[in-house]
Design a protein around this ligand. Structure first.
Ligand code: DAH
Length: 342
């Protein structure tokens, strides 16, 4: 039995020597000292010895067991600290390395400009509401005083979905919708996308963004309209903006006008941006037609109001000198990156 004990010791120690990971050590330990291992086996065979031999052999086996346990634990510890050291090394972070640059998304120039426009009106006491892109003929035309055979319908080439349903051609569709669901005083701005069946060129597109606005209350006057538009344009284009109003026709306002600002590129001398006129058109507006108020359930004898509508891409075009609006709906990052500070 003594020989077997020595043999086991040598075998176990050499296997420990060969172990390269803590996992190997655990395997060796289980194999030699586990319940079904050879050391346990020797213990069982003590029964067959007489009492003196049993006592001597029992002592030797216990010593062997302790020795092997100690050796296993020592080897485990040694390998464990080596493994930990190499893991720490592998996971080391060099905090002095320059950081990796992220590329966060940014607002599109049209969205950023729209936000600027809405902020200006919200500060002036307007609230924001929106209407649907897919609209009925009624809200887009009829309720706005375009008679069925009114020639003004031809002013806007419309994408029809059915005879009666269309893609809105302007955000003016929100006017009567809002009137139907609220009582004066009403101060609303309504942004949204509009659609027209137009040839796509540098200046026109099949979709674009508008902001509609209207104010309805007792005694709202043309002077209120002028004051509001004037203040808004100063907020957007700067206090020294020069404004010009021209008489114009829209079926849903009376009187109607178009508002121009003096061309900021040539200071009114005439250039390509202003088509040599020295002025660029920024919005349409007017006093809301009594018929339109009636359609919205508002008594024109008691209330009056003004409305306006403007194209956001047009404002972008003037403010940022983007002369081809097709660039805005294409995804050339060389174009968009120029406006990241905006
Ligand atoms: N809806 C008109 C268009 O798209 C713009 C407009 C003109 C809106 C006069 C108005 C307005 O509210 O009063 O051309």
């Amino acid at each position: 039995m003594q020989q077997e004990i020595d043999g086991l010791r040598a075998d176990c120690l050499s296997k420990l020597e060969a172990a390269t990971t803590t996992r190997d050590v655990e395997d060796v330990k289980v194999r030699f000292l586990g319940r079904k291992g050879p050391v346990q086996d020797l213990m069982k065979r003590l029964r067959d010895l007489d009492s003196d031999a049993r006592r001597a052999a029992g002592k030797d086996i216990n010593t062997l067991k302790q020795e092997l346990e100690t050796s296993c634990d020592a080897r485990y510890e040694a390998l464990h600290s080596k493994e930990q050291a190499s893991r720490l090394e592998a996971e080391r972070l060099d905090v002095t390395l320059p950081g990796r640059r992220g590329y966060p998304g940014r607002k599109h120039l049209v969205s950023a400009t729209l936000d600027e426009i809405l902020d200006a009106f919200v500060e002036m006491g307007f609230s924001i509401q929106t209407g649907p892109d897919v609209e009925t003929d009624y809200y887009n035309f009829e309720a706005l005083n375009f008679a069925p055979d009114h020639p003004a319908r031809d002013m806007q080439d419309t994408f029809y979905i059915t005879d009666d349903v269309l893609l809105r051609t302007h955000t003016s569709n929100t006017q009567v919708r809002v009137m139907e669901s609220s009582r004066p005083p009403i101060r609303v701005v309504a942004p949204g996308r509009c659609y027209r069946n137009e040839t796509i060129t540098a200046r026109s597109h099949v979709f674009f963004t508008q902001v509609e606005g209207f104010y309805i209350d007792r005694d709202v006057s043309f002077a209120d309209l002028m004051g509001t538009i004037d203040e808004f344009l100063k907020r957007i284009f700067g206090r020294d903006v020069v404004i010009r109003c021209r008489n114009s026709y829209f079926p849903f306002v009376e009187p109607g006008m178009e508002v121009d600002i003096r061309c900021s590129l040539c200071q009114g001398k005439g250039c390509n941006m202003c088509k040599k006129s020295g002025w660029v058109e920024v919005l349409g507006s007017g006093m809301i037609h009594p018929e339109v108020l009636k359609n919205g359930g508002i008594d024109p004898e008691e209330f009056s109001g003004f409305a306006w509508g403007m194209g956001v891409e047009r404002i972008v075009n003037i403010k940022h000198r983007v002369h081809d609006i097709r660039l805005l709906s294409e995804n050339d990052m060389r174009f968009h990156e120029q406006f990241h500070a905006v």
